[in-house]
Design a protein around this ligand. Sequence first.
Ligand SMILES: Nc1ncnc2c1ncn2[C@@H]1O[C@H](COP(=O)(O)OP(=O)(O)OP(=O)(O)O)[C@@H](O)[C@H]1O
Length: 258
Amino acid sequence: MNDIKVEVSDLRKRFGSVEALRGASLTVRTGEVTAIVGDNGAGKSTLVKCLTGLYTPDSGEIRIDGEPVQFSSPKHARAAGIETVYQDLALCDQLSVWQNLYLERELTRFIGFPMLRRREMQREAHRLVSDLAVNVPSVNRPVKRLSGGQRQAVAIARGVMWARGMIILDEPTAALGLRETAQVEALIQRVVDGGQTVLVVSHNFEQVKRLSSQVWVMRAGNVVQGVRTDDVTGEELVGLVTGAIPAVSARAGVSNGR
Ligand SMILES: Nc1ncnc2c1ncn2[C@@H]1O[C@H](COP(=O)(O)OP(=O)(O)OP(=O)(O)O)[C@@H](O)[C@H]1O
């Protein structure tokens, strides 16, 4: 197994006069939760969007499983097995849980015309939801009748269903209360235990401490430090993000994240 799932090297992206990424580099280890933290405007979303094919970087390199990739669209990144759950979740309110899980990727059979394999999708959706212990009353329930935490869990489950190796979560619990946050964090833990690699963007340092093994700190378009999460305190993370602490030195025997 390749230890490094993603390697981002010297990524640059400019929007007119704004340099959103100024040579950002980081790695994501296979089978772990890696976090990216940074203040507003630090470049986190831009970096994620380069990884998911929404933006094309001006220069730099992205390697997945050791292979250089250039994603020209989100579809292209999805075809490479990278699923992303954005803050807006992109769920279709009127549709049921199972319909959302298969949204735009419905199973069909051709009998002179394409026909939906409805039963099979419902069965598989039920199996996935049970396997991940996603707490929804039924896969037939429209998502508009679910709580915020349940909706987030459905969006993550959809990522799990289609990802082949990696899921990116953009602020997965920003809109949730304490109990729902705990449920979504437990789900993320199960996803990683199931062998997926997770990259999470979060403003919640306590969550980063609880969930991730590795954290990368971004400031003004650069990745200023990578540390193993156990080697940094919450206060140090805040200091790194704001720039009050330029860097923390690696604890004995631990590199700065590479
Ligand atoms: N499409 C765009 N057009 C112009 N400028 C952009 C665009 N996207 C991002 N930027 C700028 O690039 C910089 C980095 O933005 P980005 O959204 O990547 O930061 P972020 O760390 O994700 O911030 P936040 O935590 O607020 O979401 C900011 O100055 C932002 O205004």
